[in-house]
Design a protein around this ligand. Structure first.
Ligand SMILES: [Zn+2]
Length: 448
C-alpha cells in the first residue's frame, strides 16, 4: 500500500465542525418531515417518496473519492493488540490521555516529533476519541484519531520501529436517490415532503432560477423530480450530495437539467441552464405570494402606472443584481425612494425601487446575484416591496416572460459526451417517475 502522509490544516477542523452540523441537520430530517406534514393540513395531499437505485457514477468528486479510497483504505484494527479507546474530556491535555492509556511521555514526545503531520493531536476537542493499540509488552504500536467520518489519522511503527503518520480514508459509496412531488400548497413544503434537505431545495431553485421565478410563478399542479447522490460509509448514510438530474414542470412548461462533470447544469441538448439574467432578483424564500407560506400582503396596491413586477417581502431582504452590469444610478427621490439602475449588455437596463438600503454606488461594476441593496418601503408606496423593471431598448418588458440572451452552450466533443450521458440519466429519471405513478395509482385502486 502506498503511504499517504497528509498535512491537516486548521481549516480542516472548521470543516469537520461544519460537516457535523450539516450531518445533524440531515439526520433530523425525518422528524422535520413528519412535523411539516402534521403542522400544515394543506400539505397532507402532497406525495413524495425516496427510492434507491444503482446509477453509473459519473461525477468528478466521485472519481476523486474512489481514487483516494483506493490509495489508502483504513485497515481493520489489528486484533493482536490491546485496544483502549479514550474520550477527550474538557481540559484534557494530550499528556493526560497518554498517561491514562499507560503510555510513557517519551513515546508521546517521539510521536509529536513527527511534526506537522501530527500537530492536530495538540488541538483535541472534548468528545473526540483516541484509540491506543498496545502489544503484549505494553508498548504502543498504533494510535488512531478519527478526523471526521471519512478520515482517520493513524500513527504506527515501520519495520525499524519508528513511528510514521498517515491520514487514511474510508471508502465512500455513492448511491443515487429519487425524489418527486406535485406542488399543492408551495414549493418549499413539497420539497420537504419529498425528502429533500433545505440545501437541496435551495439548490433545485438555483438550477432553474434562470427559467422560473420561484417567488411568483409556482402554481398548484406544478411538479418536480430529482435524482441525487447520497454518500454511505460502511453501509451507513453520511450525507446527501449533488443533484445529478432534475426536471421541473411549471405552468405546463417542462424544464430539464443534468449536472455535467464541470459541476454546472445543462439542458439535455447541452445548452447552459445559466443565462444572462435571473428570472427574479429576490430569493423565493422571502417572497410572499399565494404559494408562499410566509405571506405578507396578499394584494399589493400600486400608486402609479405599472411597468414592472412587485415582490412583497420583509424589509431588509437582500436584492440581487439580475445580471452582470454597471450601476448607472444609485440615488433617492420622493417617488422611487432609494433606487438602483443597472446597465447590462444588449442595451438592457434593470431597475430596483423602494429600497431601505443601497449597497452599490454609481459607476460600480456588479456581478449577477451580487447584493445591490435591501428591500424597503421608501418613496411613494403603500407597503414595503421591491418594484423591479426590465427595460430593453428603452421599452419596458415583463422580466418573467421576456426571451433572454443565452449563455455559451457545450460544444464539440464535450457536447456529444454530455448529451449521450444526459439522455441516459433522464431516461432513468423518467423510469423512476413511471414506477412511482404506477405504484401510486396501484395503491389507489387496491384500496377498498
Ligand atoms: Zn411596482
Amino acid at each position: 500500500m502506498r503511504q499517504l502522509v497528509t498535512k491537516i490544516p486548521k481549516q480542516h477542523r472548521v470543516l469537520i465542525a461544519a460537516t457535523s452540523v450539516f450531518l445533524t441537520t440531515i439526520l433530523l430530517l425525518p422528524s422535520e418531515q413528519a412535523a411539516a406534514s402534521k403542522s400544515s393540513k394543506t400539505d397532507s395531499l402532497e406525495i413524495g417518496k425516496r427510492y434507491s437505485l444503482a446509477l453509473p457514477d459519473t461525477s468528478a468528486e466521485a472519481e476523486q473519492e474512489q481514487e483516494v479510497a483506493a490509495l489508502a483504505v483504513l485497515p481493520e484494527e489489528d486484533l493482536s493488540l490491546n485496544w483502549s479507546v479514550l474520550q477527550v474530556q474538557k481540559g484534557d491535555a494530550l499528556s493526560a490521555l497518554f498517561k491514562k492509556a499507560n503510555v510513557s511521555q517519551q513515546v508521546m514526545l517521539d510521536i509529536l516529533a513527527l511534526g506537522k503531520d501530527v500537530k492536530t493531536l495538540t488541538r483535541l476537542f472534548p468528545g473526540e476519541q483516541l484509540e491506543f493499540g498496545l502489544d503484549a509488552e505494553g508498548d504502543l504500536q498504533e494510535l488512531r484519531y478519527a478526523l471526521n467520518h471519512l478520515s482517520t489519522l493513524r500513527i504506527s511503527r515501520n519495520a525499524e520501529g519508528h513511528f510514521i503518520a498517515e491520514e487514511l480514508k474510508k471508502e465512500v459509496e455513492l448511491r443515487s436517490q429519487f425524489a418527486s412531488a406535485e406542488i399543492r400548497s408551495n414549493f418549499w413544503s413539497a420539497g420537504i415532503a419529498a425528502g429533500l434537505s433545505e440545501a437541496q431545495i435551495m439548490s433545485l431553485a438555483g438550477i432553474f432560477g434562470w427559467d422560473i421565478d420561484f417567488g411568483l410563478d409556482i402554481r398548484a399542479g406544478d411538479s418536480f423530480s430529482v435524482l441525487y447522490e447520497t454518500q454511505y460509509v460502511d453501509g451507513e448514510f453520511i450525507s446527501n450530495g449533488n443533484i445529478v438530474a432534475a426536471q421541473f414542470s411549471n405552468q405546463g412548461h417542462l424544464y430539464q437539467a443534468v449536472r455535467h462533470t464541470d459541476g454546472n447544469y445543462y439542458k439535455p441538448d447541452g445548452a447552459s441552464m445559466r443565462q444572462a439574467f435571473l428570472r427574479a432578483p429576490v430569493s423565493f424564500q422571502y417572497v410572499s405570494s399565494n404559494f408562499n407560506p410566509r405571506r405578507l400582503h396578499p394584494v399589493l396596491k400600486t400608486v402609479r402606472p405599472h411597468n414592472g413586477v412587485d415582490y412583497a417581502a420583509p424589509v431588509g431582504t437582500p436584492i440581487m443584481a439580475a445580471g452582470d452590469g454597471r450601476v448607472i444610478a444609485s440615488a433617492y427621490n420622493n417617488l422611487n425612494g432609494h433606487y438602483v439602475f443597472i446597465q447590462h449588455a444588449n442595451n438592457i437596463v434593470t431597475k430596483y425601487l423602494h429600497l431601505s438600503k443601497r449597497l452599490v454606488s454609481k459607476g460600480e461594476k456588479v456581478r449577477q446575484g451580487e447584493a445591490i441593496g435591501r428591500l424597503g418601503g421608501t418613496g411613494r408606496v403603500t407597503g414595503p416591496h421591491l418594484h423591479y423593471e426590465f427595460v430593453v431598448d428603452g421599452v419596458h418588458r415583463n422580466p418573467r416572460t421576456v426571451k433572454l440572451p443565452q449563455a455559451t452552450p457545450l460544444q464539440g466533443n464535450e457536447k456529444q459526451l454530455f448529451t449521450a450521458q444526459a439522455e441516459q440519466i433522464l431516461a432513468q429519471l423518467l423510469t423512476k417517475e413511471r414506477v412511482l405513478l404506477a405504484k401510486t395509482s396501484g395503491d389507489a385502486t387496491a384500496a377498498p
